[in-house]
Design a protein around this ligand. Sequence first.
Ligand SMILES: [Zn+2]
Length: 167
Amino acid sequence: MENIDFTDGNFQSSKIKSYIKISFFIIAAIYLVFHYFIYWDPGENCYIKIKPAFMEFSNLDMKRALHTLKFASPEDYQAVCKNVSTIDPMIGCGGFGGGCYYTKKDAPQSSLGSEIMVSTSKDDLVTTMAVIVHEACHAIQNKEGRPLSETECYQADDMLLREIIIF
Ligand SMILES: [Zn+2]
């Protein structure tokens, strides 16, 4: 077999080669960001950022939970899409498979107010969905300037769980 060396004395082709390399890395990086950190459902006008999960690689579980929620409970899904801009898959606040929400009194309408924390446990799609709906309920309360009520939000995830069981 003949070995053709493009780099040898051919400045132009080595330049093209490095362009191809760079664009490959850029495309790969964009793909990875989209694949792991962005949930995008253009049909429903749904766009949610998912922060990197350092302790558990749960970003794809989160996307799976959102996608399942879309079919399990379209109403809850739309509420999540409308009121949640960022999901932080943090373990610390709610423990494994839990979640939490912090009020942003200074900026209830900003993207800060629509960030929820949800940690997923592997293979537990249903819990993840329920936690997302529960924390989205708090984000709505915050947006509407109401105090965070657990009763209302437990009802929200309770109803979802019942729907899923019937479903
Ligand atoms: Zn709560």
